[in-house]
Design a binder for this molecule. Structure first.
Ligand code: NAP
Length: 352
């Protein structure tokens, strides 16, 4: 772990690795920005050393810093799911990547640092149509969208698809993926009326959650991507057409203005609404409810690789993350507040 002595020793060495540890989660999280000695441990034959240029932030990082993320390791640990950068060293068994190659990569934690060592299969050559910034915003949103729409819900071009987090990084790549599959009836929602134009400019039907709730004849959807969880699960379930499918991917409704309020009535109502769906109701309603945790896909490399192969196909060139804002690495707290308070439209990055 980082301490003052380590900090100064690290400064003396030419190669320094900057790292950000989450030491304590909560409404007032404690972070440790430190500089480690860049000792170059020998790589395994299938490993790649990467000088990180950008780290992508995800909404899960906000849940994590608040202590609302069940899959998080015990503190202290380095969060971060995705990076872009340049290969600086390769293991003896790697033939298809070279030193200096631009890459992007997904990780199960550990992305908030200026250098990472990863197994080859987690690393993707940066697609030539993407900048280094865009590369850092590609992997998590793309694999989540691909797994939700193709691997789980088997989307069809004729489906009416509703995305409840359409303004975010995942929403943006979901729209691109659906359009590339020929889906035309796409509906997106936001909490903020100010973000409606951003959605309409992308050619989809857009409304606020409130507007949808107040519609006299609300549309039914064949496929719903629900990231808010809580009470919205029950509302969205009622919006499914017969044979409709809902993929549950998050619980952002537990956060209000970037904070968790455990003792609020709303928090308790959301918690109660997270209970399971009855098989009898599902049978009688002819509906399906599924769940996805992209992080767990790192335990199933063949599924991840299937989605990453899509990026190499012709349609892959349409997968361009929308980069909203870049913060310096030492502005992490500001960046996470920006995300958690719902200001972002697309991806937020840290620059190393
Ligand atoms: N299960 C998985 O594997 C997985 C993977 C990736 C993402 N996700 C989930 O998918 C959602 C979108 O992810 P993202 O990467 O696109 O995140 P993002 O870029 O930070 O966008 C967050 C989105 O959530 C919406 N939102 C709804 N309630 C919110 C709240 N209380 N606080 C802040 N934002 C809220 C925001 O929309 P408005 O401000 O327009 O309402 C925005 O579209 C998140 O809930 C995330 O946890 C799940």
């Amino acid at each position: 772990m980082c301490n003052t002595l380590n900090f100064y020793v690290g400064m003396i060495y030419m190669t320094k690795i900057r790292q950000i540890y989450l030491k304590k989660a909560g409404n007032k999280p404690v972070w440790d920005h430190c500089i480690q000695n860049g000792r170059a441990n020998a790589l395994k034959h299938d490993e790649v050393r990467i000088k990180v240029h950008y780290s992508g932030l995800n909404f899960a990082d906000v849940m994590m810093k608040l202590g609302l993320y069940p899959d998080a390791p015990s503190t202290p640990y380095i969060p971060g799911y995705e990076v872009s950068g340049v290969v600086t060293e390769i293991g003896a068994g790697i033939e298809d990547l070279g030193i200096g190659q631009k890459i992007c990569a997904g990780l199960a934690f550990g992305g908030y640092q200026s250098e990472v060592v990863l197994p080859r299969w987690q690393v993707v050559a940066l697609p030539s149509h993407l900048s280094m910034k865009e590369g850092a915003g590609l992997i998590v949103s793309f694999i989540t969208a691909y797994a939700s729409f193709h691997q789980m819900a088997r989307v069809k071009p004729s489906d009416r698809v509703f995305i409840d987090c359409a303004t975010g990084a995942l929403g943006h790549l979901s729209l691109a993926l659906l359009k590339s599959h020929g889906v035309e009836k796409i509906y997106g929602a936001t909490r903020s009326p100010e973000k409606l134009k951003f959605l309409r400019d992308q050619g989809i039907a857009a409304f606020t959650h409130q507007q949808l709730r107040e519609m006299k004849n609300p549309p039914l959807f064949d496929l719903i991507l629900n990231s808010r969880g809580g009470q919205s699960l029950r509302e969205d379930y009622q919006r499914l057409s017969p044979m409709g499918r809902m993929v549950c991917i998050g619980a952002s409704s537990f956060i209000a203005q970037g904070r968790k309020k455990i003792f609020s009535w709303n928090f308790l109502k959301n918690l109660w609404a997270m209970r399971g769906f009855s098989p009898v109701s599902l049978m009688n309603d002819n509906r399906a409810v599924m769940g996805l945790n992209a992080l767990r896909l790192f335990d199933a490399p063949e599924l991840l690789q299937e989605s990453l192969k899509f990026l190499e196909q012709d349609q892959g060139v349409n997968m361009i993350p929308h980069i909203d804002k870049v913060f310096a690495a030492d502005e992490l707290e500001l960046a996470l507040d920006y995300l958690g308070q719902g200001h972002s439209r697309g991806k937020v990055l840290l620059k190393w």
